[in-house]
Design a binder for this molecule. Sequence first.
Ligand code: ATP
Ligand code: AMO
Length: 441
Amino acid sequence: PYELNTIAELDKLPIGTEVTFRGRIHTQRQLSKALDFLLLRDQTFSVQGVLSRENMDMVQWVQKLPAESLLQVNGVLKEPPEPVRSATISHAEVDIHGLWLVNPAQNAPFSVYRPPEALRSRMQSRILDLRHPANQALFRIRSMVSRQFRDTLEKYGFVEINTPKLQPAATESGASVFKVNYFGRKAFLAQSPQLAKQMAISSDFGRVYEIGPVFRAENSNTHRHLTEYTGLDLEMAIEHDYHEVIELLDEFLKNVFKAVYAMPEVEVLKQRWPSKEFKYLDETLILDFRDALQMLRDDGRDVAEEDLSTPDEIRLGELVREKYNTDYYVLDRFPTNARPFYTHKDPEDPRWTRSFDIFIRGQEICSGGQRIHDAGELRANMSAAGIAEEGMEEYLAGFDLGAPPHAGAGLGLERIVTWMLELGDVRNASLFYRDPKSLPD
Ligand code: ATP
Ligand code: AMO
């Protein structure tokens, strides 16, 4: 028999071919004691198998097997009595001649195609939930996003690095950091690779990137906050302007949009999570923060100059879509108050910075900007922000040794996937999510 790697390969073979493959019992329909229809499923695809009365013993045996049991199946492809119309079920049927139990399943709390509505109940059986074809599609799409990040940056001479997740000091702000007992000394889980990636620039690597875990001890039970997420980070010495980073990010994200929307998995995913058409422009909109404030004020909103609230950001996304016809844009030149201590200020007006966020469908997916490279200015800024130098000595030494002008950015992988495909909640895009309520008491 023809050995299949996946059930989807069935559709490339002619009727009459003898095949062998592995599949799970998705459902069984017993038309009589002696006739059984099995829907056999693998990662993203299923096929209907028919067991008839000549195999009486096998029929009775298989009818006792629970759903999700893993079988090795031998059979011959045949034309189904009625054409199959589903995009995830084979056009052919398999006349089953032999069945072997590879491993029985027990206690599946729900049928893979009918998971509980409530996210938390569904996630309690995450392994079963992940067997849903839409989840199989989702994590293949997520993998494509990381691949595009790596491929785009490698093309431009970036070096992949891995920075320590055990840190002597907080990297972004003291409030949202997990403390760890490090042989009796205190350590923190990295809130971003920010300091380490800048240190790599001080070490003259020129262009670096990292795909790695980021830990935030924020007790934020929202649709967009995880306590552990996957950061896509980059940092580079710049020639003239921090917009060199924006250009690279723009190329990366457009590569993502093109590659993802060309994947057949998107259609499978949309069956579970329908989404509106995703619009972006050939020439990406870079909106000045002050112009954004004006757009919101013209819309009748009372916005302060310091920062935007989440509802402001979402409304701005709608206004941008109406005016510019895009779901993807860069918001540039943030106010100084809204940015971390390492952010480079606009030399002409220090109330504003050379920093930006990137938005998809009104939701932030990226923060970045130019960094201060002058050691004196950096120390003064830290002291003004009340940040101690303790634990930051090595970082600061890099500036004393003459760091080049540089800029960088960080993106949340789960957020890119979630907002692009309208999954509604970042937990969906995390394999085994961590949020403030995760882990047993
Ligand atoms: P950042 O990249 O700055 O971390 P973020 O998207 O993680 O961005 P925060 O900086 O944590 O968001 O907060 C941005 C906005 O979200 C703020 O206006 C804040 O008030 C709001 N926000 C944060 N946490 C919550 C929460 N638990 N519930 C509602 N809004 C929140
Ligand atoms: P920031 O704190 O904005 O910037 O984080 C960068 C990006 O990470 C994602 N993100 C999150 N995703 C899921 N759950 C969270 N709790 C969460 N918090 C943030 C967002 C965000 O845009 N060092 C800077 C980056 C830089 O300037 O290079 C930083 O960490 O998509």
